[in-house]
Design a protein around this ligand. Structure first.
Ligand code: SF4
Length: 221
């Protein structure tokens, strides 16, 4: 629970990110249309990685290690530009690799439709993220100060509050900047949204034209 002062500082951070990101996104958007707007999301991801590294250096140090994938078994959400960035990354892979990714996405969604509430993300391969360089902001923000809490699926995972607040200000401010420029940026379930982006060739352009349903409804499963 934040104090009134902390809440006010948090809202100011969001407004600051929104203003800076709107300006930067406008100037980054050029002849490449939707691709420029999508590529801009890499700036958010770099900022999140910096915030996470700074928080780890200042302490407390997260208990997360490579190969530990507890947080890759819960629902993950991503915005439209993040989803299209992942889809572009996958579409540039060799055909058999892309086909494998699509098959895993379909299986994941079928499992979810059959009631599976906890299953590995379809991009988790041998306990490593197969799309690590383009993974969404939610995954970059995710951390735990106690792997024991993750392993036992504790209802509350201890986290670094400073990191959470800085990361959420970056994410919320950037999403608002996209929306200010009429490009939808809302939470979508990662697996279903990436499959929609990969299998609907017109989705990216519809999004760029302002269609908030280009990847289906928000927060879908
Ligand atoms: S995208 Fe990568 S980091 Fe995020 S949940 Fe999936 S496997 Fe884990």
């Amino acid at each position: 629970m934040l104090s009134a002062d902390e809440r006010s500082a948090f809202e100011e951070s969001i407004a600051r990110v929104r203003e800076l990101a709107t300006r930067a996104l406008k100037s980054a958007s050029g002849a490449n249309g939707a691709n420029d707007a999508i590529a801009f999301t890499a700036q958010l991801h770099r900022s999140l990685d910096t915030v996470a590294a700074q928080a780890a250096a200042a302490g407390p140090v997260p208990d997360c290690k490579a190969g530990c994938a507890h947080c890759c078994h819960v629902r993950v959400e991503a915005t439209e530009p993040e989803v299209f960035r992942i889809a572009q990354h996958l579409a540039a892979q060799p055909t058999d690799s892309l086909d494998g990714a699509i098959a895993r996405l379909r299986q994941h969604i079928a499992n979810a439709n059959n009631g599976a509430s906890r299953q590995p993300c379809s991009f988790l391969v041998d306990d490593r993220c197969a799309i690590y360089s383009v993974r969404p902001a939610a995954c970059r923000k995710a951390h735990s100060l106690s792997v024991q809490h993750c392993a036992t699926q504790a209802p509350q995972i201890p986290q670094n509050l400073r990191l959470l607040l800085d990361a959420e200000a970056l994410m919320a401010g950037t999403a608002l900047a996209y929306r200010d420029l009429q490009w939808p940026a809302s939470a979508h379930e990662l697996n279903a949204a990436v499959l929609a982006a990969l299998t609907d060739a017109a989705a990216q352009e519809r999004w760029y034209q302002g269609d908030a349903t280009a990847l289906g409804s928000t927060s879908q499963n």
